[in-house]
Ligand binder design. Structure first.
Ligand code: FCB
Length: 512
């Protein structure tokens, strides 16, 4: 069976077959699908006692209430209110209305036996224009949200910045302006001071490479700039900001532990040539560990051909000391993988093209004159409806690589998931048989269990996402949730994958 047939089989089945019947056809299909994990491995997989089963969301994607209780405008508000920017012409003004429905959502997480909830705080709710005294109404909201988590047995895992920069700070130059490191550390300190009695797990930035590169390097995300120099400056400010924030958080809260929520893709060389292997190492340095290496070791990894372009980055003498702030644990997401080739012998360079959050397709000439590689997402394995290749083995490779390279740190998987559009099915009493998502998690989690059995110190897994939500520039055209959201009336319905994930969380095994 080729990939196209597999997609047809799984799509047809998801439209109505009972899960049990479907599972056997899926098992049959799986054995022939490139990258599929043998059923025996899935059945044997076990997770340690006390493992933190969780889900993740981001403020902008779920909260709505975009101008309530004194909240300022964010760059994502500005972007989504600009015609032509969002697929389907929707906005996140209401999103999942979690700002008002949070109590219900935390109770749903409890029903799924969850032990951790990774959420983010909207900076413009706390400091409407990005600096100055905090808006108490914003802080009170998050205080209530954190209490609701604790009441429902959820560990509050706070991401301090998941992309929604106050527009006021973009108006002052945005992330390429080095002053933002200090403003950001002030903001992080405010959060730790007011919420640090109950939050002990802090991740300064969600996917710093993505928002700096896509926002300033190629312009697919706000503020929509396409200038490689701006990207490099933004990246350096963010490096300084994460270290300064770690210090201000720890100064304000003695219970705080600080880690990360980096986006990472395991990278494989296109051929065995030395040039492709070196390009793959540069990809890993640039896209996966640029910010991690900076904070752990006080230096940038070898992401560039030759020395880092320090001048272009705005690097000043002494910055290596400022950027050093070793993390207590390392958090990263896994969605899909990359195949990388060398592009150091071609002269013309242009930015990569993007489709959606995760897919970058660099031109044959490579991404830029400094990193000189070309990275593509392969299509050997099946694709999700959001267009990402399903490659369960990738999480094993990534987790073991990071464990090796950073001396076996404690690891939190901060996000992973798949976009499929399954909706309530009348003939199944409104159930949502999203069997492809279940299969995605079964295989991936089996590989994660294998990495743990081989010694990786992984203590959590956060499924993206608790519920369907606003998928950035793709708006409402993608659904990643374990819970279905009907945006017409905000009705939540637990999908079959949510029920399944709840059983996994209760038993620490996958054959449930
Ligand atoms: C990740 C983002 C998250 C969501 C998922 C699908 O890259 O962190 O906000 O968009 O992708």
């Amino acid at each position: 069976m080729d990939r196209r047939n597999f997609i047809q089989v799984s799509a047809g089945a998801a439209a109505g077959a009972l899960l049990a019947a479907h599972r056997s056809s899926m098992a049959q299909a799986s054995s022939q699908v490139p990258g599929a994990i043998p059923e025996a491995e899935i059945k044997a997989a076990r997770f340690p006692e006390g493992f933190f089963w969780g889900t993740a969301t981001a403020a902008f994607q779920v909260e709505g209430a975009w101008k309530e209780d004194g909240k300022g405008e964010s760059i994502w508000d500005r972007f989504t209110h600009t015609p032509g920017k969002v697929k389907g012409a929707t906005t996140a003004d209401v999103a999942c209305d979690q700002y008002h429905l949070y109590a219900q959502d935390m109770a749903l997480a409890k029903r799924l036996n969850q032990k951790s909830y990774r959420f983010s705080i909207s900076w413009p709710r706390i400091q409407p224009s990005g600096t100055g005294a905090p808006n108490m109404k914003g802080l009170d909201h998050y205080s209530r949200l954190v209490d609701a988590m604790l009441e429902n047995g959820l560990r509050p895992f706070c991401t301090i910045y998941h992309w929604d920069l106050p527009q006021g700070l973009e108006d002052r130059g945005g992330w390429p302006n080095r002053d933002l490191a200090g403003y950001y550390a002030d903001y992080a300190g405010i959060l730790a001071k007011h919420l640090g009695d109950r939050i002990t797990i802090w991740a300064p930035f969600n996917m710093p490479w993505s928002f700096t590169y896509m926002g300033y390097g190629v312009g697919a995300f706000p503020p929509g700039r396409a200038n490689f120099g701006d990207f490099l400056k933004a990246a350096h400010t963010v490096t300084l900001a994460q270290a300064q924030a770690l210090r201000s958080i720890k100064a304000a809260s003695s219970k705080a532990t600080v880690g990360s929520a980096y986006g990472m893709c395991p990278a494989y060389p296109a051929t065995d040539s030395e040039a492709d292997r070196a390009a793959t190492a540069r990809y890993h340095a640039m896209n996966n560990v640029f910010f991690l290496e900076a904070t752990m070791k006080g230096r940038y990894p070898k992401a560039f051909v030759g020395d880092p372009p320090y001048e272009l980055m705005g690097f000043k003498p002494g910055d290596e000391k400022l950027m050093l702030a070793p993390l207590d644990w390392v958090g990263f997401h896994y969605y899909t993988r990359r195949i990388v080739s060398d592009a150091s012998h071609v002269q013309a360079f242009g930015g990569g093209g993007f489709a959606g959050t995760e897919i970058e397709a660099d031109p044959a000439t490579g991404r830029d004159p400094y990193t000189r590689f070309r990275a593509v997402m392969p299509t050997e394995g099946p694709l999700t409806e959001s267009g990402l290749e399903v490659w369960p083995r990738g999480i094993y490779d990534l987790v073991t690589q990071i464990s090796r390279e950073y001396d076996h740190p404690i690891i939190e998987i901060t996000e992973s998931g798949s976009g499929y559009l399954d909706a309530p099915y009348e003939k199944e009493n409104g159930r949502i048989p999203d069997t492809r998502r279940i299969e995605f998690f079964r295989e991936e989690l089996a590989e994660l269990a294998r990495a743990i059995a081989d010694g990786a110190r992984v203590r959590s897994f956060h499924a993206w996402s608790l519920l369907d939500n606003f998928e950035w520039a793709n708006g409402h055209t993608e659904r990643y949730g374990l819970i279905y959201v009907d945006y017409r009336d905000q009705k939540r319905t637990i999908k079959d994958s949510g029920l399944w994930y709840g059983r996994v969380a209760a038993s620490n095994r996958l054959d449930v």
